[in-house]
Ligand binder design. Structure first.
Ligand code: PDD
Length: 307
């Protein structure tokens, strides 16, 4: 396999990531005043490019930011960065993160609406998750840190300030787990630090509804559709810690993880619930339906190939 070079594109200037620079007065750096998306490619085709763009537009509207680039311009800049990384020639899939900051301005919380936004695209090697996260599962712990409430910092803003999630994952590591589950202020399950969470409760796959307050994950949405097409409905419902304690399977989803089984969950009282290694029956069905869905998507979107 050929090597690729991790590249960044800052407002059209493409360099190796280690050489990319943004000014310290950028509001993304000063205030976390930015939004972003992450996707991966499959055979050079971005997965869910349009859906990611729509989510970025939604984040932009939630933070009152007017995007300077159009969807087509962003796609073209991503393509140029991808080609510069050598991934096209090497036939390698990549991780793509594109971010829009509110730009550079004086130290002033109020953002002058005239500031031109800055975009930063990172195209890098797609690092595999630890193999045992799939063969056995990922270990989660419920953090004391609660997810930002919708009326404080709406989790549907995929923004550049991830301190809430960073604190959650630090706590989980201190508890010997790999990642966290965060509750909302009513004590209901929301999501993991950068993935959505599902439980099998009373033989149904369940995930928190919109009102719990989590990011509208695109993997989660695709999985809902994929499963529904096979007559397997995923229930959107409130999930309390008591409900989670009655779960028999669990998994998490994200663009880079796809469907990843959960092996164990540590509760705030210290007790640990174990789930089937490598995922139970419904988790395995969900994994298979998602894989088929992605294959169908890629066949239908071959024209979006970056190389
Ligand atoms: N994270 N919840 C949060 C808080 C996330 O940051 C993410 C994605 C998800 C899953 O969304 P999706 O299925 O659209 O990837 C849920 C990305 C992968 C990241 O930050 O790297």
């Amino acid at each position: 396999m050929n090597e690729i070079q991790n590249m960044a594109n800052v407002d059209g200037v493409i360099t190796p990531v280690g050489e990319a620079r943004i000014p310290v007065m950028d509001r993304g750096f000063l205030y976390g005043d930015s939004i972003y998306e992450v996707f991966r490619t499959y055979g050079g085709i971005p997965l869910f490019f349009d859906e990611h763009w729509e989510r970025l537009e939604n984040s932009a509207s939630l933070i009152h930011l007017r995007l300077r680039l159009t969807r087509e311009q962003m796609m073209e800049e991503i393509r140029r960065t991808f080609m510069a990384s050598g991934a096209g020639a090497a036939g390698q899939d990549v991780y793509v993160r594109y971010c829009v900051t509110r730009g550079e301005g004086p130290v002033d919380l109020f953002p002058n609406p005239e500031l031109p936004n800055r975009y930063v695209i990172i195209v890098k090697e797609l690092l595999p998750w630890r193999a045992d996260f799939y063969s056995r599962g990922v270990r989660l712990a419920v953090s004391q840190t609660r997810r930002n409430p919708i009326n404080a910092l709406n989790p549907n803003i995929k923004g550049g300030n991830y301190l809430n999630n960073v604190l959650g994952v630090i706590e989980a590591r201190e508890l010997g787990a790999d990642d966290c589950i965060m509750l909302n202020d009513a004590g209901l399950v929301t999501e993991s630090s950068n993935s959505n969470v599902f439980f099998v409760i009373d033989d149904d796959i369940c995930t928190p509804g919109e009102s719990a307050g989590q990011l509208r994950g695109l993997t989660r949405e695709a999985l809902n559709e994929a499963c529904a097409a096979h007559g397997l409905d995923i229930l959107l419902r409130d999930i309390s810690l008591q409900d989670a304690a009655n779960a028999t399977e669990s998994f998490i989803t994200s663009a880079t993880r796809e469907v990843m089984p959960v092996r164990s969950l540590v509760f705030p009282d210290g007790h640990t619930l174990e789930f089937p290694e490598g995922g139970g029956e419904l988790t395995r069905q969900a994994m298979a339906h998602y894989r088929d869905y992605v294959e169908r998507y890629l066949r239908a979107h071959a024209d979006q190939r970056l190389n």
